[in-house]
Design a protein around this ligand. Structure first.
Ligand SMILES: NC(=O)C1=CN([C@@H]2O[C@H](COP(=O)(O)OP(=O)(O)OC[C@H]3O[C@@H](n4cnc5c(N)ncnc54)[C@H](OP(=O)(O)O)[C@@H]3O)[C@@H](O)[C@H]2O)C=CC1
Ligand SMILES: C[C@H]1O[C@H](OP(=O)(O)OP(=O)(O)OC[C@H]2O[C@@H](n3cnc4c(=O)[nH]c(N)nc43)[C@H](O)[C@@H]2O)[C@@H](O)[C@@H](O)C1=O
Length: 327
């Protein structure tokens, strides 16, 4: 039997982004993901990138976004702008995480469709899946169970983004696709002490402890949760790959396929940074989802695989941090 997904996965003459002079709008180009995508597009020879900083274009403002699309008419759009943060930020600012993300993605997706964009890629996150999803998590685990409470607001916004792309594909035969990255890291990450994700938070904390000669560093939770990490250059590579090769109703998982416990991650970051003191576990802080390893075999089946190991990626990120972040 042909499912609705199979039927609408094919749009006649759905264009991939192959013309290197095509106008490509990367929303959020100064962030971790957006900056890596811009570099990757340049490496692939794209010459006509449309970029706006947050100060130049506030994507939560519907009228401004509509005016921008009406005047620029980008042919391809990659949505890497969002309100993003780690477990503490998600848990502390639920209104921002649901409200800002719904506004940004809705404004961009609708304006892109109405102004003739040929293809749009929306980025979600592995937190869209139920807290106790089967592992590794297949795409069809979406909406099969209760979400992790620390990030349900953000997850609901991201699920709405996937569904909006699907609805526009079904109703308008428009080529909107979605990619769900696992936990990302790399140059240009957010190293805020409380609001960032675990990897940049620990890199900064270990680095500062090394510089100050401290004997101990506090790490949140029990250390037992498992996380899958992907270097942002691999994610950027997958994004360009999907823009060129994928046109389908279903969102695609983008992961490394490798998981570590937070304790193992902390030991690895400690080693790369060269901090020699002890780890103290603050179990008053939440662990979040116990495990979220994604099944990325659909993307692998199309021919994409990650290349950067966690160790190499950490060394690369710490080099960038040492050279670029004010001490
Ligand atoms: N980092 C991760 O581990 C993961 C990220 N993702 C997804 O990847 C995407 C990018 O995340 P990431 O690069 O990490 O996030 P960042 O916070 O590094 O970058 C987000 C970018 O969006 C911009 N932005 C935010 N709000 C607005 C606004 N109202 N108007 C214009 N620009 C705005 C930010 O600009 P400014 O800083 O000036 O506000 C920033 O440049 C998101 O969709 C996220 O959900 C998915 C899985 C994991
Ligand atoms: C990408 C993903 O990121 C978020 O989910 P998360 O994976 O739980 O994110 P996290 O990186 O903040 O934490 C991972 C683990 O690490 C532990 N942990 C230890 N020490 C620190 C620490 O110092 N900071 C942080 N942030 N976590 C720490 C922490 O307690 C947790 O067990 C979502 O909200 C959502 O944004 C999303 O989609």
């Amino acid at each position: 039997m042909v499912s609705i997904g199979d039927y609408y996965s094919f749009i006649p003459c759905a264009p991939g982004v192959s013309d290197k002079s095509a106008k490509v709008f990367v929303a959020g180009h100064r962030g971790l993901v957006g900056s890596a995508i811009v570099e990757k597009l340049k490496q692939h020879g794209f010459t006509n990138l449309i970029l706006r900083s947050h100060a130049e274009l506030d994507l939560t403002r519907q009228a401004d976004v509509e005016a921008f699309f009406a005047s620029e008419k980008p042919e391809f759009v990659i949505v890497a702008a969002a309100k993003v943060g780690g477990i503490h930020a998600n848990n502390t600012y639920p209104a921002d995480f649901i409200g800002i993300n719904l506004q940004i993605q809705t404004n961009i997706i609708d304006s892109a469709y109405r102004n003739g964009t040929k293809k749009l890629l929306f980025l979600g996150s592995s937190c869209i899946y139920p807290k106790f999803a089967p592992q590794p998590i297949p795409e069809d685990a979406l909406l099969t169970g209760t979400l992790e409470p620390t990030n349900e607001w953000y997850a609901i916004a991201k699920i709405a983004g996937i569904k909006m792309c699907q609805a526009y594909r079904i109703q308008y035969k428009w080529d909107a696709i979605s990619g769900m990255p696992t936990n990302l890291y790399g140059p240009n990450d957010n190293f805020h002490p409380e609001n960032s994700h675990v990897l940049p938070a620990l890199m900064r904390r270990f680095h500062e402890a090394k510089v100050k000669g401290l004997k101990e560093v506090v790490v949140w939770g029990t250390g037992s949760p498992l996380r899958e990490f992907l270097h942002v250059d691999d994610l950027a590579d997958a994004v360009v790959f999907m823009m060129e090769k994928y046109s389908g109703l279903e969102h695609l998982n983008v992961g490394s396929g490798k998981e570590v416990t937070i304790k193992e991650l902390a030991e690895l970051v400690k080693e790369v940074v060269g901090f020699e003191g002890d780890l103290i576990w603050d179990t008053t802080k939440p662990d979040g989802t116990p495990r979220k390893l994604m099944d990325s075999s659909k993307l692998a089946g199309l021919g994409w695989t990650p290349k950067i190991s966690l160790k190499d990626g950490l060394v690369d990120t710490y080099k960038w941090y040492s050279e670029n972040v004010k001490q």
